[in-house]
Structures are given as C-alpha cells and as structure tokens.
Design a protein around this ligand. Structure first.
Ligand SMILES: Cc1ncc(COP(=O)(O)O)c(C=O)c1O
Length: 377
C-alpha cells in the first residue's frame, strides 16, 4: 500500500484506540440467548411469523432481488401495494418507496433543495439528514437542538426563494420528540416546507403507532413531508417518503438516490406490508413497548421519553465500551453509542424498549445495566 496511506491509516487507528473510539464488527448468532435491548426492532416484527412468511413467499414469487432501479424493472405490485398501505396507515396523499431510510432522506432533501434554496436543519438530526444537506448544494443553517427562535431567525432573514426545515421526529439517541406543531407554524409564516424524519416514530408514537405527524393531525398537510424507514419498528428493510403527488412526482423524476439505485427487494416490501397489517390490527404491541419504556426510564432514573429509546449517559467512551461489554457477558445486549454518533461528552448505553421482551427480561436487563454502570438498584 502507498506509504502515505499506510502511515495515515496506522496513526488514525492508534488515535481511535487511545480515545476509546475503535469500532469493529461483531457477527451475531441467530440463536444466541441474549436479552436484546439494543436493536431497533421495536415491535419484534423482524421475527414475526406472518412477516417472515410474507418475505419468503415474495422471494419465491419475485426472486431474491429487485433486478433494477425502480424506474426500470425494480417496481413490482408489492411496491405499489406497500405505497398505498403506507398512505392508508400513516395518512397522506402519496408514498414513494426507497431502498432505505438513508436514501429516502438523501432523495427528498437533495431533490427539493438546491442553489436557490435554504435548508434549516436541527443540530441533532441523523447522519443521513446531515449528509443530504451536504449534497444538496443549498445554503444550510444548522440550528442548535430544539431552538425554535434560531429556526425562525434563519427563515426570516433568508434571501433564497425556497426553504426547507428538516427535523427528526424522535431523536435516535435519547428518544425526545421535536415540536413539529411549532415548526409547522414557522414554516407557514415564512413559506417553507417541513420535512420530518419519522424513522424512530412510526410504530412507536401514538396509541396506534402512526407516528408524530399523524398524531399531531398533520398527516394530510401538503406542506409537511415525511420520511420513514421500514427497518426499525416494521422489522424489514427499506424506506419511504410520504408527500403530496406533486412532490412524489418530482422525486420520481429528480431524486438521484431513487433513480440511480436498485429498488427495494420484493421480500422486504412484502415484509413491511405484512408488518403494517399486524400493526394496524393490534394496539397491544405499541402499548407493551410504552410500558417497557416507562419501566426502563424509571429504573435508570431518567425522564420518560416519548420514543422507545432510553439512555444512560456515562460520558467517557472507554467506560461506556467496558460497561456494554460487561452487559454482554451477563447476557444483555445494549447499544454502545460514542462519538461521532453522539457529541464528545455524550457517550452512553442506549437501551431500546422492545415489545417482544417479557417483563421479566426487561427487569433482568435493567438489573444488569445498573450493575455494569455501578449504580444501586
Ligand atoms: C433518524 C434516522 N433516520 C434515518 C435512518 C436511516 O434509515 P435506514 O437504516 O433505513 O437507512 C436512521 C437509521 O439509523 C435513523 O435513525
């Protein structure tokens, strides 16, 4: 390898190791007897027999892959059904399925922003939103987290013709929600569109899991655009945009991450469809998730979040890594979040309240985590 790269790779690896920021892959066992409070399979649907069965049948019918981009051969009847079912369940005029939540965010923000526009983005937004802003070639103002007056100031003083305000509905590292109602009001006052990333919100927020925008009564507002992932509460993989037909038509013609990307695999589309059916037929899963979340938050002595994520902030990345390892050795899988996923002093154990866990398992997970971080029960 080139000497300059050799030196650079070795020194950056050494830096990561000394600052407790090294990451490596760990290949999961299909049947390991661990209590999982780490995954984003919030409702346990990834292993639901109806969801798995639908995926298997779709693979047999349509093949293992989508075979092409959505505009060439990658759109099947399953994609069409998924788009209309997403509209029925979440409300909204139209939906467009992408290969992931990441590409959905890239597609919407880059296709709707550009040299003549402003993007206002919350500092705590997900990396896919940050990357989309970087690619958009628009002027981007990153506002301090949840600072409505900074959003207003950015909109009020803009010289660009068009503006987008982009926010995560539920922030992925602490489960807090954005004030989408107040943001929508600001957008109306200053003629902007609101883009809400509902990745951690669908299947979690509201009694029926329809998400933050629908719960706030804004599902049919043409000036509110939602991105969702199929990869968390819906237990599948993929993403989608919910918006007016004018917007989805524009995305179909100009979102590069839609046009130049292989369509979502039919098995994933079928799995997400089945998951939406399960979710729409029962409120019990969402209620169980909420109960587990409240138990976890109370046990860890943090405020109950609206989302399914409860975090124990430890600060130091090395200490966080050791605590996560201790939990694993004791049979509990927790998320270990360190920079750049969180700010420099915000390393934390991240626990997800998953509906498929029993009360006994949630209690056991709490006890192990409290021991690992040296806190009294
Ligand atoms: C807030 C948020 N948006 C978007 C994504 C990307 O979704 P996907 O994993 O489907 O690409 C994630 C995934 O971690 C996320 O947390």
């Amino acid at each position: 390898m080139s000497r300059s790269y050799d030196d650079w790779l070795a020194s950056t690896a050494a830096q990561r190791a000394t600052s407790g920021l090294h990451r490596s892959l760990r290949y999961r066992d299909a049947t390991a007897p661990l209590i999982d409070v780490a995954s984003n399979d919030y409702l346990g649907l990834a292993r639901d027999s109806r969801v798995v069965g639908a995926a298997a049948e779709a693979a047999r019918t349509w093949g293992a892959g989508a075979t092409g981009s959505r505009l060439v051969t990658g759109s099947t009847a399953l994609h069409r059904d998924l788009e209309s079912t997403l509209c029925d369940f979440l409300g909204g005029e139209d939906a467009l399925v992408f290969s992931s939540g990441y590409t959905a965010n890239l597609g919407v923000i880059t296709a709707l922003a550009g040299p003549e526009s402003l993007v206002v983005s919350d500092a705590d937004n997900h990396a896919s939103v940050i990357d989309a802003c970087r690619l958009a070639r628009a002027r981007v103002v990153v506002t301090p987290h949840a600072d409505l007056s900074a959003v207003e100031n950015a909109l009020a003083t803009r010289s660009e013709v068009r503006a987008l305000v982009v926010v995560d509905a539920v922030f992925s590292t602490d489960g807090a929600t954005a004030d989408v109602v107040a943001l929508r009001r600001l957008c109306e006052r200053y003629d902007a569109l609101l883009v809400v990333d509902e990745a951690h919100s669908v299947g979690v927020i509201g009694e029926d899991g329809r998400g933050l925008v629908a719960t706030a009564g804004m599902a049919h507002d043409p000036d509110v655009i939602r991105t969702v992932t199929l990869s968390k509460a819906l237990g599948s993989q993929g993403g989608a945009v919910l918006a007016s037909r004018a917007v989805t038509g524009h995305l179909t013609n100009s979102a590069r991450s839609f046009i130049f990307d292989t369509g979502l695999a039919p098995a994933c589309a079928a799995a997400a469809l089945a998951a939406l059916t399960v979710l729409s037929e029962s409120k019990e899963l969402v209620a169980r998730l909420h109960a587990h979340r409240d138990y976890l938050a109370d046990a860890l002595d943090v405020a109950r979040p609206a989302g399914a994520v409860v975090s124990a902030v430890l600060g130091d990345p090395g200490r966080t890594l050791r605590a996560a390892e201790t939990c694993r050795e004791a049979g509990v899988l927790v998320g270990c979040f360190r920079p750049p996923s969180v700010p420099s002093s915000g390393s934390r154990l991240r626990l997800t309240a998953r509906a498929s866990l029993t009360e006994v398992e949630v209690k056991e997970a709490c006890a192990v985590v409290l021991d690992a971080i040296g806190r009294q029960r």
